[in-house]
Design a protein around this ligand. Structure first.
Ligand code: PHE
Length: 357
């Protein structure tokens, strides 16, 4: 092996031993630097004849190129190793599913309430909210259901502190107390304006009362179709010339829109409520789909009883109207084909999340 081959071999060995880029640059200096072995050899050329210079010079160049090639190979290898190490330490599995923030949604019954509000809103009905803890007066007495009335037994509820011993406060058994609460507010507004109005009951001019009042209601009741807490939505329309045909038109329009079923049929079945006379249960019948042909009860309704009109502060000789109370839970079950009411209130996300639009 000649001296050049030895130097090349030494350089290759030194470079491949260098553990990092800084060591490699130091090793390079020993061969290619100002006082490096190759530089010294080049300096030696000066003493040679022209002919010798040519052949020796060419041989030195070949060796120098071999050393430079070894150097750049090693540089590349070290850079790759550094990148590999970095990728290893910052390992990122892009195939892992992202961390999502759980997205909430509306409860199916809330979706129904929104729908009810939108449909009645489009027919000019206001939307009112009322207290769930109610007084005996608004829940019963004002609705023509005095203390000893047998209809009270169907509305067994939860009594809470407050009120009097004979008329304690309670969790409202229906949204009908809102008929009185809303009407009294409405009448007050216009009574104050009508200075000429005499008598305790209002018989002046006022815009019609047109309102729905959705919300939670309570009864001592619990099975597949009854829950101690459930929802109702009250409707009230009082004016000087409002009749059953208006109720029929409005409710038919509502049901057809709600269920998106133009051929849905309604039936008014005679019934009894202390606060309406005459009274009717409203049944609906689908013409197509899994429930086709069956009569399904969706609401109670009737013409507002004169005693109730009076308790609203209105003169029953002048004002007349109708009221209805429907069950949004029931409407939700029918719309989605759910047969157990309790599922809505168990709070199981697997069930509830299926109703998101
Ligand atoms: N409040 C009645 C109930 O809970 C329903 C109803 C409301 C009936 C309005 C007539 C008018 O059963």
């Amino acid at each position: 092996m000649n001296d050049l081959e030895t130097i090349v071999q030494d350089a290759q060995a030194a470079f491949s031993r260098a553990p990092g880029p800084a060591d490699l640059e130091n090793a390079k200096a020993a061969f290619l630097g100002k006082t490096g072995r190759m530089t010294e050899l080049m300096k030696g050329l000066a003493a040679l004849s022209v002919e010798e210079k040519k052949s020796r010079g060419a041989a030195i160049n070949v060796a120098k190129q071999a050393i430079e090639a070894a150097l750049s190979d090693r540089r590349a290898a070290l850079a790759r190793a550094e990148l590999d190490a970095q990728l290893q330490s910052e390992a990122l599995d892009v195939t892992l599913p992202g961390r999502q923030r759980g997205q909430g949604g509306l409860h199916p019954v809330s979706l129904t309430l929104e729908r009810i509000e939108a449909i009645f809103g489009s027919m000019g009905f206001d939307v009112a909210d009322g207290p769930e803890i109610e007084s005996d007066w608004f829940n019963f007495t004002a609705l023509n259901t005095p203390q000893d009335h047998p209809a009270r037994s169907m509305h067994d509820t939860f009594y809470v502190e407050g009120g009097s011993a004979e008329a304690p406060n309670l969790l409202r058994t229906h949204t009908s107390p809102m008929q009185i609460r809303y009407a009294v507010q409405h009448v007050k507004k216009y009574k104050a304006q009508a200075a000429a109005a005499t008598g305790s009951l209002f018989s002046g001019d006022m815009p019609e009362i047109r309102v729905i009042a959705p919300g939670r209601t309570y009864r001592v009741d619990s099975d597949a179709t009854h829950s101690p807490m459930f929802h109702q939505c009250e409707g009230l329309w009082v004016g000087e010339n409002v009749s059953f045909k208006d109720l029929k038109y409005v409710f038919t329009n509502f049901c057809r829109t709600f269920f998106e079923s133009e051929d849905l049929v309604l039936r008014f079945r005679p019934s009894f409520f202390p606060f309406t006379e005459p009274s009717a249960e409203i049944d609906i019948q689908f013409q197509t789909g899994p429930l086709a042909g069956r009569w399904l009860e969706v609401a109670g309704s009737g013409q507002v009883h004169p005693n109730v009109i009076r308790n609203m502060g209105l003169e029953p000789e002048k004002y007349i109207g109708f009221a209805f109370g429907m069950g949004p839970d029931r409407l939700t079950m029918l719309r989605y084909g759910v047969n157990d009411l309790r599922l809505f209130f168990d709070g199981d996300i697997r069930f509830l999340s299926q109703f998101q639009a």
